[in-house]
Ligand binder design. Structure first.
Ligand code: NAD
Length: 500
């Protein structure tokens, strides 16, 4: 199987050139001239070499972003600024069939899914252009006939954006779009395991003709390029998506500079299936929710709590699904699960399967294809209990731990008994119970009788160790803009006359 399809990968590899940094409107080598290897998740061979930025490159990018903010970009009329944002959306849409395979090639995410992600990426730009023109509004407060007080939104300055590898193109644009639409300039530090589409985005933004320095990309390691961006005194805000431990490190490193942070962190989200749920729909949603994006999804339903009355049947059906999921070449149209991003991550996920066995669980896995890819078969962990590591820790692979429950109060306590609080899913036909349980779960986002279907107007983010702050909709304006209040006296109100 792997050999038969290798040609497509060989062709893509031949087309994939080495990658540079994008600073001040130019593609440049790292100041140190250092590079790192970008490895294919499908073959574990080197795809290309990527310029490895560090403190020197971050300094140059920030300097360019500062000049652009103070210069042409900062002076543009809003409609002219948003015209660039719409242009980026159009260019992404024009290139979906080229960007999606590149993303799949680089990350191992199945192409049917990356096509949707790239299309959503275009929509992120369009959506924020519309939001800024229609919803970036201030408030006015009248105080009798004495004062009119009103708020305005101003861009903050330079946005430092640090992103993960699990849905790179989509997640980068989820930050870049509101940052640019609200008038900031950007320095992006993409994840080192998934640099290809970030570079493609730089080419697109370059083609859209944005003034030099408005958008910059510095590839490199977290500890060097990422940490330098966090520490730079001229970078006013950091929007970070990644692991909880990294988020905590970044908060510490940025504390001295009193930066504004948005933190989108890890998850271990529950799916709760009551015995009155629409069984087939709940099964579809549960299977998709853990195995889409190769299980490398922050909002994955990695903990299943199924009511004891239907548990045997539900788990049986889940086992059947696991065996039939199409695990294969990420570039093939019907692949549902591809190889994990990197050998190191594969090893971590493998370790968790051993931990599950050592903790006394039964581990049931589907099939994987031949070849050198980082394949982990879709896996169901049975006989798990809440205290186990495989239930408490984020595995971030195609692995779901299944548990049963008897009543509502019990399952609420079990669902909340983790440090994470990103998402949750409740399945029941009892509408009162649906609302009750949804509101009782400690998570930033909760879906009743649905898989993760996003409405971009609504807030996105997690509670507890899953995040700080909310992005999405107008909530992003609180982060990407400075809200200023202007107080205007309308007549001669009383002023205390000290020392008169
Ligand atoms: P990661 O934390 O290892 O890396 C994320 C980014 O941070 C990378 O660009 C990395 O280079 C950079 N980085 C690492 N150390 C840094 C440092 N000291 N200073 C500055 N930057 C640093 O995360 P990952 O493995 O790339 O992504 C997977 C994680 O992301 C999972 O935990 C997942 O749940 C989480 N995630 C969360 C959301 C969300 O919206 N809540 C969405 C997607 C992924």
């Amino acid at each position: 199987m792997a050999n038969q399809l290798a040609d497509e990968h060989i062709e893509m590899k031949q087309q994939t050139k080495d990658i540079k940094l994008y600073i001040n409107g130019e593609f440049v080598d790292a100041a140190s001239k250092h590079t790192f290897e970008n490895i294919s998740p499908y073959t574990n061979e080197t795809i290309n070499h990527v310029a490895s930025g560090d403190n020197e490159d971050i300094k140059k990018a920030v300097q360019a972003a500062r000049a652009a903010f103070k210069g042409e970009w900062g002076k543009l009329k809003v409609k002219d600024r948003l015209a660039y944002v719409y242009k980026i959306a159009d260019l992404i849409d024009d290139h979906i069939d080229e960007i999606a395979p590149l993303e799949s090639f680089d990350t191992g995410l199945p192409i049917a899914q990356t096509k949707k992600m790239v299309s959503r990426a275009a929509y992120n730009f369009r959506f924020y252009a519309e939001m800024v023109s229609t919803r970036m509004v201030g408030e006015a407060y009248q105080v009798d006939d004495e004062f009119l007080n009103y708020t305005i939104h101003k861009p903050v300055g330079i946005a430092g954006l640090i992103t993960p590898w699990n849905a790179p193109f989509m997640l980068e644009t989820w930050k870049i779009a509101p940052a640019l639409a609200t008038g900031n300039t950007v320095v992006l530090k993409p994840a080192e395991w998934s640099p290809l589409t970030a570079n493609r985005l730089a080419e697109i933004i370059d083609k859209a003709g944005l003034p030099d320095g408005v958008f910059n990309v510095v590839h490199g390691y977290g500890e060097t390029a990422g940490a330098s961006l966090v520490a730079h005194p001229d970078v006013e805000l950091i929007s970070f998506t990644g692991e909880t431990t990294t988020g905590s490190e970044i908060l510490k490193n940025g504390a001295d500079a009193l930066k504004r942070f948005s933190m989108e962190l890890g998850g271990k989200s529950p799916i709760i299936v009551f015995d009155d749920a629409d069984f087939e729909r709940a099964l579809d949603a549960c299977t998709w929710g853990i195995f889409s994006f190769n299980g490398e999804r922050c909002t994955a339903n990695s903990r299943l709590y199924v009511h004891e009355h239907i548990a045997e049947k539900f788990i049986d059906r889940l086992k059947q699904r696991i065996n039939k999921i199409k695990v294969g070449d990420p570039l093939k149209a019907d692949t549902q699960v591809g190889p994990l991003i990197h050998k190191n991550h594969y090893d971590n996920v493998k370790d968790y399967l051993e931990i599950a066995k050592a903790e006394g669980c039964e581990v049931i896995s589907g099939n994987i294809p031949d070849g050198k890819g980082n394949y982990i078969a879709p896996t169901l962990i049975l006989n798990a209990t809440n205290q186990m590591r495989v239930v408490q820790e984020e595995i971030f692979g195609p692995v779901i731990a299944a548990m049963t429950f008897t009543d509502e109060q019990e399952v609420i306590e079990l669902a909340n008994d983790v440090r994470y609080g990103l998402a949750g899913y409740v399945w029941t036909q009892d509408i009162q119970r649906g609302h009750r349980v949804a509101q009782a779960i400690d998570s930033g986002m909760l879906w009743v009788n649905a898989q993760n279907v996003r409405d971009l107007r609504t807030p996105f983010g997690g509670s507890k160790h899953s995040g700080i702050g909310r992005e999405g909709g107008h909530y992003a304006f609180e982060f990407y803009t400075e809200t200023q209040i202007i107080h205007v006296a309308l007549k001669d109100h009383h002023i205390p006359q000290f020392g008169k």
